[in-house]
Design a protein around this ligand. Structure first.
Ligand SMILES: [Zn+2]
Length: 318
């Protein structure tokens, strides 16, 4: 029987693995599991892997519902995946209804970045606020918006593509093809690209002495910046300023006072924050910069799972 204390199963579908957890209505993670995503084997195989993961997480316990985080363009109400970069064979795939039929359970789904924001709002750095914006600084820059306590989807479900906010039309080329998106500066790809440009390294034709530079990651570049390396400091300064320009725009449009930074590059929050704050001081109009809460996201890799759990719990979340 489904009671208020009955847990849910939360799942985060990544390109290489599917992570799942059984989560109590108060947000405690009761069990975890992970399987490889059988992308090459197609939709049936993925559905079967999902169903098996959900059943193994439930075990002999009653479970009330399943919440699913999927990267890409989603129609949450219909449980539809329009397209997903991780699973190229999906075109308007009715993933929610198909999994629900297999499991005999209610299944809800949403975009993974939205669920990161929802997780942070429920159990992370955004607890207790009505509105927040989470920018995830990973391989790219993703984002999620919580407005009035709920995920904001926009007119077609594509809201929160924060990474493609243009901060310099003459800037470096972004993964989307445009120039000067904030993602081209403040993502892992952007940081590594700027670092290589700073040393005039051409990854297609590296010189022997370039090997050390090519091995650097956002983390090692941040360590160099903290030790005073001028080029590394300049790379993070450019990322911080770009992020500051973008954050100023987001605040100006939405009047959101809680801005969270997540993802691997947010590990350099100490390097980025002063530059973001500096831009906010310069740019914000009619908003007192001191009223802006700029913080690092708190949940790390669990944000997506907890967001999916929150989605599955609906009004019964603790
Ligand atoms: Zn872009």
């Amino acid at each position: 029987m489904v009671q208020r204390r009955t847990p849910v199963v939360a799942v985060d579908i990544g390109g290489t693995s599917i992570k799942g957890a059984r989560v109590a209505p108060d947000g405690r993670i009761l069990a975890r599991a992970r399987v490889a995503t059988p992308v090459a084997e197609g939709t049936e195989a993925i559905l079967e892997a999902l169903a098996r993961l959900c059943r193994s997480l439930a075990g002999r316990h009653p479970v009330r519902a399943v919440g699913l985080g999927v990267p890409g363009a989603i129609a949450p109400r219909r449980g539809l995946v329009h397209a997903s970069p991780n699973v190229p064979c999906w075109h308007d795939e009715p993933l929610g209804p198909r999994l629900a039929r297999r499991l005999g359970l209610h299944v809800t789904l949403d975009n993974d970045a939205n669920l990161h924001a929802l997780g942070e709002h429920w159990r992370g750095a955004g607890r207790g606020v009505r509105n927040l914006l989470l920018a995830t600084l990973g391989t790219g820059v993703g984002g999620g918006l919580i407005l009035g306590g709920r995920v904001w989807h926009g007119d077609t479900g594509r809201a929160g593509e924060l990474g493609h906010t243009v901060v310099d039309p003459a800037g470096p080329v972004c993964g989307c093809g445009a120039r000067g998106c904030v993602e081209a500066y403040a993502s892992a790809t952007g940081i590594v690209g700027a670092w290589r440009r700073a040393w005039s390294v051409d990854p297609a034709r590296p010189r022997p002495r370039d090997r050390r530079i090519l091995a650097d990651t956002p983390r090692t570049i941040a360590d160099r910046a903290r030790r005073g390396d001028a080029r590394a400091r300049a790379v993070y300064a450019a990322a911080g300023r770009a992020l500051g320009l973008a954050v100023a725009d987001w605040i100006q449009i939405l009047d959101v006072r809680t801005i969270l930074l997540g993802g691997g590059v947010a590990g350099a929050f100490d390097l980025l924050e002063p530059l973001v704050r500096d831009e906010l001081e310069r740019r914000l109009f009619g908003v007192t910069p001191g009223t802006i809460r700029l913080e690092r996201a708190a949940l790390g890799d669990d944000a997506g799972i907890l967001g999916a759990a929150r989605l599955a719990l609906g009004r019964d979340a603790g």
